[in-house]
Structures are given as structure tokens and as C-alpha cells.
Design a protein around this ligand. Structure first.
Ligand SMILES: Nc1nc2c(ncn2[C@@H]2O[C@H](COP(=O)(O)OP(=O)(O)O)[C@@H](O)[C@H]2O)c(=O)[nH]1
Ligand SMILES: [Mg+2]
Length: 374
């Protein structure tokens, strides 16, 4: 096992450094907060001690070989494997020097987590409908860093481990006054128009940007009215395209805008012909980014199906809507990991513009582990 420490101002940055150097198979052994002297004085930094296994773990292969469909059996299976590995007595002690560590016999002092405590977390993740491979990887990490985990830090450890696998990205405005064009696609009623209204209002009020909205949702009755009322109330210019050929002209009309949002028709992803009609409107525009909106209330299977069907739009990030209505949150984690698309926003209610949150992997990991939106 290769072991290394990474220090950065945030846990996320430290985790990114780790992944960059050790690859995606790297796991977190422990984390701690340091006070680091910088040009700006003493600042809080996060240190991750991480490791990467040189060869594939036999134990995981064992889980794979046993096709356990029932969740209870799966959990019991993990516990059995866990016990087996916990027998391996080894400890990693920090020598004080930030780059060196000493591997020594385990001191008896630290109170180990019991099988029941670990099972509690495995059960929590199963209840949250986190996919089996993800739970396995978390158990795998815990198992390898058992020496560092005790009843007081296991929750933080599970959250940090989950957080390190959630891809996120953030919205950026183009520099030097260049215009940015963003489209949001997604299934019917998922919350695309509401999301655009929130983003448009925030960008106008907080960032002082000139915003234009183009709607191509002439399909659903009342869809245009919904947006027109919003644009009048918030004094944001809005144009409607009835044919794909009108799109370049509308973009030109908005040549003074910093940011243009394109709101698309909510069409069922089962109907590829319908999706292609929407795509015709977007194909004639120079899009900077396309986001796929998906609802937190859908099952993992449904969400993965949507992410696949909408691949024709070549979207760059996911917006997860209606997290306030979600009962469990493992689906959000599963779809981000499976689709390999980063999360950019979460929406948590109907209020414009308040109910939108920039995606943060720690926040999402916490939602999954605690079952609550903090
Ligand atoms: N609870 C909740 N409702 C939302 C959220 N986002 C949108 N909605 C509601 O979902 C419904 C459909 O939203 P809309 O934006 O018209 O969906 P679209 O068809 O994808 O454009 C509306 O009643 C919205 O108020 C959210 O984050 N939470
Ligand atoms: Mg809409």
C-alpha cells in the first residue's frame, strides 16, 4: 500500500490533489484540521492521509462472486468480510513530519468501532438506496483505515469517503464580457423552467448581469405564459422560438446580453423523435453549456435511464431538482457516479430565486448519511 498526505485549504481540494496523484482508487485513511502559516497569517487547512492498494482486493471479489440480491443478505455478507479483515492488526502512526509515517504494531488505546456500529452505517446507506458497488467501496475504505476510526469519527469518515466520489462543478461566467449561452434539458415537469427563473433572477440581482431567456417550450399549454409572467415581474427579457430556424435570429437579438438561458420543452424521454425535435432547436445555436435537470424524487433506475436517453444533447452537468421532496438521497449519488456527470445545482423548493443551492459534495454526502438536508 502506497501512503501519502495531502494538505489544502478545503477537504475537497485535498481530495482532488489525492485523486490527481494517486488516481481514483485512492482511499482516505484519515483526515485532520491543521493550522497552517500562510502569507495571510494562520489559516485552517485540511490534511488527508491517503493510501492506494497496489493490487485488487480479494475480499471485494468475494462479495462480487456471491450474488446476493436481498439487501439483508448483502449487509450480513459485508459484516462477515468486515470481521475477517478487522482481525488484521496494524496501525499507522504519524511521526510528526508531514511526509513520513511509521507503520507500527497497533496501540491498544483507541476504542475500535464495533461490528454493530459499522453495520448501522451500512444499513443507513442501504436504506438511502446507495448502490451496492458504492457501499462496497466505502466498506472497503473503512476496513483499510480501521486503525483510525473510532465511534466518535466514523460518521465524519463515511461522509468524507462518500464526498470524495461525488463529482461536482460550478457555474462560471465568461470573462472579458463574452456572452454565455446555457440550455437546460430534461423530462416533463422536472423543474427546468423554475430553475432557469431562479438562475436568471440570481444572475441579474447578485451578479448584475444582463439576462435573456429564450423559450422553445411552445409544446405544453401555458408554458410560455408561466415564463412570460416571470420575465415581466423580474424585468428579464424573454423571446419565444416556434421553429428551429428562428433560433440564430433570437440569439442575435440578445447580442447585448451577458447570459442567455434556453428553456426547452418538457418531453418524455421515451420518445426519441420528440427529443430530436428539441435538439434541432439547440443544434443551430453555439451553446456554451447544456445541463440536464433530473428530479430527486425518481428512483436510481429512472434517473440512469434519463441520463442515457438525454445523452444526445451532450450535456455537461446535472441539476437535481426537488430535493425537498426526496425521501432518500442515494439516487443522487448513484446517478452522478454512474453517469460520470458532475452535479452543478440542487433545487430545494418552489420559491424563486431562493430555493437553489450550488452543488457541494460534502453537503450531498451529509444528506445521504444523515437523511436530512442540513
Ligand atoms: N418542491 C419543489 N417543487 C419544484 C421544484 N422545482 C420546481 N418545482 C415545481 O415543479 C413544477 C414543475 O416545474 P417546471 O419548472 O414548470 O417544470 P418543467 O416542465 O421542467 O419546466 C412546478 O409546480 C414547480 O413549482 C423544487 O425544487 N421543489
Ligand atoms: Mg418548462
Amino acid at each position: 500500500m502506497k501512503i501519502k498526505k495531502f494538505v489544502a485549504p478545503t477537504l475537497k481540494e485535498a481530495s482532488a490533489l489525492m485523486k490527481k496523484e494517486l488516481g481514483n482508487d485512492a482511499f482516505i485513511l484519515s483526515t485532520r484540521v491543521l493550522n497552517k502559516r500562510t502569507d495571510l497569517g494562520i489559516q485552517k487547512h485540511f490534511e488527508i492521509t491517503s493510501g492506494v492498494e497496489e493490487e485488487l482486493d480479494m475480499v471485494l471479489a468475494e462479495v462480487d462472486n456471491k450474488h446476493t440480491n436481498k439487501e439483508e443478505t448483502f449487509s450480513a455478507e459485508l459484516m462477515k468480510l468486515q470481521k475477517k479483515v478487522l482481525g488484521n492488526q496494524r496501525a499507522i502512526i504519524n511521526s510528526g513530519d508531514s511526509d513520513t509515517i511509521v507503520i507500527a504494531p497497533k496501540p491498544k488505546k483507541r476504542r475500535k468501532i464495533s461490528s454493530d456500529q459499522l453495520k448501522q452505517y451500512v444499513d443507513k446507506l442501504i436504506y438511502q438506496e446507495v448502490s451496492k458497488p458504492i457501499i462496497k467501496s466505502i466498506v472497503n475504505q473503512i476496513k483499510k483505515s480501521e486503525e483510525f476510526i473510532d465511534p466518535t469519527n466514523i460518521e465524519d469518515y463515511v461522509i468524507t469517503s462518500l464526498s470524495s466520489i461525488i463529482p461536482t462543478t460550478s457555474f462560471e461566467i465568461k470573462k472579458h464580457g463574452k456572452q454565455k449561452v446555457v440550455a437546460i434539458v430534461g423530462p416533463t415537469g422536472v423543474g427546468k423552467t423554475t430553475c432557469i427563473a431562479k438562475l436568471a433572477a440570481i444572475s441579474k440581482i447578485l451578479n448584475n448581469l444582463k439576462i435573456g431567456i429564450i423559450s422553445i417550450d411552445t409544446y405544453r399549454l401555458g408554458a410560455i405564459d408561466q415564463l412570460r409572467i416571470f420575465s415581466e415581474v423580474s424585468s428579464i427579457d424573454m423571446l419565444v422560438a416556434y421553429e428551429a430556424s428562428e433560433m440564430p435570429g433570437l440569439i442575435k437579438k440578445f447580442s447585448d446580453k451577458d447570459l442567455i438561458f434556453i428553456d426547452t420543452a418538457g418531453r418524455a424521454q421515451r420518445n426519441l423523435t420528440e427529443l430530436k425535435k428539441t435538439k434541432e432547436f439547440l443544434d443551430v445555436v453555439n451553446l456554451d453549456e447544456t445541463y440536464l435537470a433530473i428530479s430527486a424524487t425518481n428512483s436510481t433506475k429512472n434517473l440512469i435511464d434519463v441520463t442515457k436517453k438525454f445523452e444526445i444533447f451532450d450535456y455537461s452537468a446535472l441539476v437535481v431538482t426537488k430535493i425537498d421532496e426526496g425521501v432518500v438521497y442515494g439516487n443522487i449519488l448513484n446517478v452522478a457516479v454512474t453517469s460520470k456527470k458532475p452535479l452543478i445545482y440542487l433545487t430545494n423548493g418552489q420559491v424563486i430565486p431562493d430555493d437553489i443551492i450550488a452543488a457541494d459534495s460534502d453537503f450531498i454526502a451529509k444528506m445521504v448519511v444523515t437523511g436530512e438536508i442540513s
